[in-house]
Design a protein around this ligand. Sequence first.
Ligand SMILES: [Zn+2]
Length: 107
Amino acid sequence: MGVMQCNRKGCDNILCNKYSSYYGYICEHCFDDLKKFVISRVRMGSYDVPQMVKTFMETPKHSDLNYEGAIERLLEDMFTPATDTETDECNYIVEEILANCRRDTCY
Ligand SMILES: [Zn+2]
């Protein structure tokens, strides 16, 4: 059996059991990524699957991982944990209560 190197850009896998006469070989890992890639785009209203496959095969495997990490960090920065916000709000309420307390009855 010959080498069946994955045709996705940047993928070194040579154990591919899926083949397309148009796109070439694809390994299991890239095939899983491809499914997620296509599903996410169909959900957003794009239906040109052949174009998506073409784009996917031309997207380097490693840069994809970098995007994921960078986007995750960006989103983590955009959304602070909800429990912290609740704590802040509780602290604010407690401070308000203490302020009223001092002003009216406690002193
Ligand atoms: Zn691959």
